[in-house]
Unconditional design. Structure first.
Length: 128
């Protein structure tokens, strides 16, 4: 089995696990810009000790050529504590900002991992 068989996708407005990619509408070739990826943008993800987003990764696939791994953010605090589940002093929200410079059109692809519901992805076109 290929890992792609386990990756899910859906409309983020109806599914809380889908990573949402936001990049500036005025994206310019060769200039750095902030690309923000959020899981749970319209429907919040619980992010509890029992159910959480563990990481988000961002990739770039130019119109021609290989795919590039731009970065990965891990979310490691979900309210765990020696006092018990969801009683800890720290929580993380699955939002990551990647500062990227792109020199070719293509696709940004985000993948996220939920500890219960597995891998989720989304993509957006990059045009100049």
């Amino acid at each position: 089995m290929a890992i792609s068989e386990f990756v899910k996708s859906a409309d983020f407005k109806n599914e809380k696990h889908v990573p949402v990619i936001e990049c500036p509408s005025g994206l310019k070739k060769g200039e750095f810009c902030d690309v923000v990826v959020t899981v749970g943008k319209d429907i919040p993800h619980p992010n509890t000790t029992e159910h959480f987003i563990n990481w988000i990764a961002l990739y770039f696939k130019p119109a021609e050529g290989n795919i590039y791994n731009l970065g990965r953010a891990e979310f490691l605090a979900h309210g765990e504590s020696t006092k018990g589940a969801n009683q800890g002093p720290a929580y993380t929200n699955p939002v990551a900002c990647f500062k990227v410079k792109l020199d070719e059109p293509g696709k940004l692809i985000a993948v996220s991992y939920c500890n219960i519901h597995g891998l989720w992805e989304s993509e957006t076109e990059v045009k100049f």
